[in-house]
Design a protein around this ligand. Sequence first.
Ligand code: NAD
Length: 378
Amino acid sequence: MKHKIRLGILGGGGDSLIGIVHRIAANMYDRYELVGGCFNPDPEQNRSFADKLELDPTRVYDTIDALVEGENKRPKEDRIQVVSVLTPNFLHFPMAKQLLENDFHVICEKPLTTTYKEALELAALQQTKKAIFAVTYTYTGYPMIRQMKQMIAEGAIGEIQRVDLQYYQGWINPIIHDKDQRQTTWRLQPEKSGISCCVGDIGTHAFDMLEYVTGQEVDRILADLNYLYEDNQMDVDGTILIRMKNNAKGVIRTSQIATGEENNFTVAIYGRKGGLKWEQENPNYLHYLHPDQPFQTYKRGNAYNSAIAQDGVKIPSGHPEGIFDAMGNIYKGVAKAILGEQAFDGEYPSLHEGVRGMQFIEKVVDSHQKGNQWVAME
Ligand SMILES: NC(=O)c1ccc[n+]([C@@H]2O[C@H](COP(=O)([O-])OP(=O)(O)OC[C@H]3O[C@@H](n4cnc5c(N)ncnc54)[C@H](O)[C@@H]3O)[C@@H](O)[C@H]2O)c1
């Protein structure tokens, strides 16, 4: 008898960035079996990619409508249980909605939707369906991020007084200065991306991370975005002042025109007693800063780490793990939820985090458009 969770995928074809990360993550703990999907809107490309994956051709569908119809005809014990939505942003909402309506669990890429209103609609629907719904804020799957969260919760740095998150990339720099070049990415097209490029794409990771590691909510924000050109509708850079509910202050700095930067996401949280710092490009280390002694470096895979950080490692200390492993840990958390197994708190980012993320994006654009005013999160 087969016990693996039957997984479907929408998007994430051979031409995509994130597809391979999800496929490897799903396989990492041997909890899922990819059984079908629609990976590309072009039927020929879709089928030739699915052929490479050696999927049953009867479960390779040309559209989401065909997937839902085809899978609904199958007996319950054979039907796809969870579907990952890995398409450009504008398809997340209609696809996730249709999947929920048809009683599939959903793993959806961030940003959850293109508007806050759509995100709330999904949340209401999920309540009625009682489905598992994850939003893949991948970086929260890193063991040393989970360790940071645990240490903050246990008071290792005392009351938080300063937060500083930076997410810098430079990949838009070569294309932003030429109007035709801008058309080469859906991320700069509002109808496909939503109202924000930089904040929607990567600033939202920083926001989610801030609330994840601190266990506290952001209360108010003030944003200053950069569009570089008047005829460009999408932000490519932003500085967002943060006020937390406990009155700690700080900043989210996010850019896709930080020339030469690759995926430089750093998280620094400072409390009365100490600080904790982590860098995505060196994710196996967590730096613990003290006021009166040299800093310490925590490393993944060691028994001194918390149970949730230890649960997310597969090989002994000293062996590097990275983005695939972080996503694998999120898939593991979702598998536990689907199967009703005992899990740690925060093992996968839920729909709630996706909704918060959409609210953040809209508040940031609102603050900027109002002439850089403080606006309250709800
Ligand atoms: N969690 C992360 O760290 C992370 C990283 C990168 C991207 N993402 C998110 O993942 C999503 C996809 O990003 P990407 O960079 O992989 O995009 P991409 O453009 O590289 O790939 C999109 C894929 O979706 C497919 N697709 C498009 N329309 C489709 C349709 N109607 N039906 C089926 N497939 C369709 C395309 O053929 C392609 O394979 C975005 O929402 C993005 O924000 C998240």
